[in-house]
Design a protein around this ligand. Structure first.
Ligand code: SAH
Length: 383
């Protein structure tokens, strides 16, 4: 036998042995497709109709504890809790600010990994910012999450559970402002969502599937934010999921972006912007360009002009520059980092220059700063 034939075997074995070490979480109802759920209940010896009943408890009533599902026999509840509804997220700490309208939760996963999610209630909508990985491997030097490296990918159910928890708290009236619903989901918590592609897409499908088989949140309310993993953006373009794509650009030129968003060394500004533009054309969804303003790093007037040029290159035709919207974020300062927030006047000039060149630009608010819950501040430590 030559080495070419033996190689695939070695890989397969390695895969099987590696899985537990990577801390793969137990399978959960929210990891399964609708068909798989029917199969799962049948495998456990239950009639088919139970699948809908369980989905109603979980996705419609937002109740993730089978022990409370009193329309089911007790023995079955135990079995379900063990086999299909294991507890995936354990709340370690909840911090709130903005009179309770912003709430950050630190979660412990089954293997001890820590992640965070943030709920932000506004007058007309409520947004959940969710994590897709424990840690992050993208190493952006201005982001707290990147400092700790990547621990592991989260499963689809671990992602969905963050949303279920927020939706449940809102519906139960635990957030000031009366009972409410989650309208927006942003994949802007810990991790690079497109580096955990399958779980993220599975989670999005479940989030947008109507009740009782999913959470019934409109795809228009879902934003997936990426550093610009071009092949994954292309793949997402073909999924037929009209979610909003956010591209974390942070610099219009490769020289600077290579240092701020290291993945730029792999896929550069032009390639990332091309992929984002294609995404907008196919999905008819306006792309967001994320740009954190860092004092004397990326906030110069000439960079605003260059950013406008880079984006306008794509924007001709009947739709004008409507394919893109620039989201400027005053940098949230991270302890031990050399990067600081831009001066107010420089931020204002940056916006003015983009607008004068016909680009839509808004300054994002920095909710949660006081509890380290703002963009780039999620580091998930217990202390
Ligand atoms: N990995 C994904 C999603 C997580 S971060 C991504 O990078 O897009 C969500 C957004 O917060 C990104 O645009 C990210 O660049 C930005 N961000 C990171 N650190 C920040 C900081 N210190 N201040 C402001 N925004 C930051």
């Amino acid at each position: 036998m030559n080495s070419e034939e033996t190689a695939p075997d070695r890989r397969q074995l390695a895969l099987v042995f590696d899985a537990p070490k990577r801390g793969k979480p137990p399978k959960h109802w929210a990891d399964l497709s609708v068909d798989d759920r029917v199969q799962a209940v049948q495998t456990m010896g239950m009639p088919k109709f139970r699948a809908q009943q369980l989905s109603r408890h979980y996705f419609e009533h937002l109740n993730n504890d089978p022990q409370e599902w009193t329309d089911l026999p007790g023995a079955l509840r135990d079995e379900l809790a063990e086999q299909l509804f294991p507890r995936l997220l354990d709340p370690v700490r909840r911090l709130s600010t903005d009179k309770g309208m912003t709430q950050k939760t630190l979660w412990r996963l089954h293997d001890g990994a820590l992640v965070e999610s943030v709920l932000m209630r506004y007058p007309k909508r409520t947004t959940m910012c969710v994590s897709s990985q424990a840690g992050c491997g993208m190493a952006c030097p201005f982001c707290a999450t990147g400092k700790g490296g990547l621990q592991r990918n989260m499963s689809a159910a671990e992602i969905v559970e963050q949303v279920v928890d927020g939706a449940r708290a809102l519906r139960a009236g635990e957030i000031p402002g009366g009972a409410g619903r989650v309208n927006n989901i942003v994949f802007m918590g810990m991790g690079e969502p497109l580096a955990n592609y399958k779980a993220v897409v599975d989670a999005v499908r479940t989030i947008v599937t109507p009740e009782p088989n999913g959470l019934g949140i409109s795809a228009r309310g879902v934003t997936v934010s990426t550093v610009g993993l071009v092949p994954a953006i292309r793949k997402l373009t073909e999924e037929g999921l009209p979610v909003t794509l956010a591209l974390s650009l942070h610099a219009p030129d490769d020289e600077l972006r290579d240092t701020l968003v290291p993945v730029n060394n792999r896929w550069n500004v032009a390639e990332a912007v091309d992929a984002a533009y294609e995404y907008s054309q196919v999905t008819k969804r306006r792309v967001s360009i994320e740009y954190a303003l860092m004092r004397d790093i990326n906030d110069q007037a000439h960079r605003a002009d260059l950013l406008a040029d880079v984006l306008r290159r794509k924007g001709s035709g009947a739709r004008g520059y409507g394919w893109v919207h620039v989201n400027l974020i005053p940098l949230n300062e991270v302890p031990g980092s050399e990067f600081t927030r831009s001066r107010t006047e420089d931020m204002a000039e940056f916006v003015r220059r983009l607008e004068s060149r016909g680009l839509a630009a808004t300054m994002r608010d920095t909710r949660g700063d006081e509890i380290d819950a703002a963009c780039g501040q999620l580091a998930a430590t217990e202390s």
